[in-house]
Write a protein that binds this ligand. Sequence first.
Ligand SMILES: Cc1cc2nc3c(=O)[nH]c(=O)nc-3n(C[C@H](O)[C@H](O)[C@H](O)COP(=O)(O)OP(=O)(O)OC[C@H]3O[C@@H](n4cnc5c(N)ncnc54)[C@H](O)[C@@H]3O)c2cc1C
Length: 267
Amino acid sequence: MKEYTTLHIGGKCKKLYFPKNEEEVKKILANDQPIILGNGSNVLISDEREFESAMILTQMNHIECKSEVIIAEAGARLMDVCLYAYQRGLSGLEFAYGIPGSVGGAVIMNAGAYGGEISDVVECVTTTEKQYSKEACAFSYRHSVFSDRSECIINAVFRLKKGDKEMIRMKMKELIEKRIEKQPLDQYSAGSTFKRGPDFYASQLINDCSLKGYHVNEAAVSTKHAGFLINQGEASFRDFLTLIHQVQAIVYEQTSKHLECEIKIIE
Ligand SMILES: Cc1cc2nc3c(=O)[nH]c(=O)nc-3n(C[C@H](O)[C@H](O)[C@H](O)COP(=O)(O)OP(=O)(O)OC[C@H]3O[C@@H](n4cnc5c(N)ncnc54)[C@H](O)[C@@H]3O)c2cc1C
């Protein structure tokens, strides 16, 4: 499974499905209960057991546009949706340029960055069960109604606004440059490991506790961005989980604040 995650951690899986459309997804789910993955950029997967099956949606990546509305399949890369919007002079998704997830993964956790969130632009979401209006998606910080359900997201509709193409390009360029400057993009990671708290940034607390570079074997707190826990190459699931727990414990001991995991742990 590690080949399908940006953390590059994960064990064996007996069966992998790569559905190409909704019909194939429904057929798979009628007979099996696979782990569902988009781009695997927000997960820590166990390497201590053999999984029965996983369904990876990256081949369901069609994107289309009707006036100011973009309809993107769940496996489409969010980056590709951003580029698609830019090419058509549609504004609203600039904030998401640089988030390495799929549309499905971004909707589930209401992905966001630099003051924007997926919920700002979602009009509706279709799952294998039904269609949800934006209100029914019940978006909140890094959470949606889908976070607690086992439905598979099939596509999402984004409502954008006509904008100036050059301004859109400049914004996307500015944000990607910020990421390159601040984030360890040359290392295996799942982005920010912990959620922002009500009155703190996880990265700030970790930094204040002098934990940059702290490691458990090859699982380490990035020296570039304290909010990113990284796999330096050969970290195991246990190394990474232990690092998460140790960082949580040290931060709690020194600040009395609890760091909640943002990444999904699949074990
Ligand atoms: C370098 C880096 C930077 C990042 N920066 C940001 C950032 O700025 N902001 C941010 O919010 N996140 C960020 N992330 C985290 C991650 O990219 C986002 O959370 C992204 O939305 C996850 O999408 P994914 O397709 O990779 O999801 P996955 O990791 O594949 O899956 C995440 C969860 O969603 C479920 N899932 C995925 N697709 C579906 C579907 N179609 N139907 C049902 N369930 C599904 C999975 O089962 C899993 O529980 C970053 C990650 C990295 C590696």
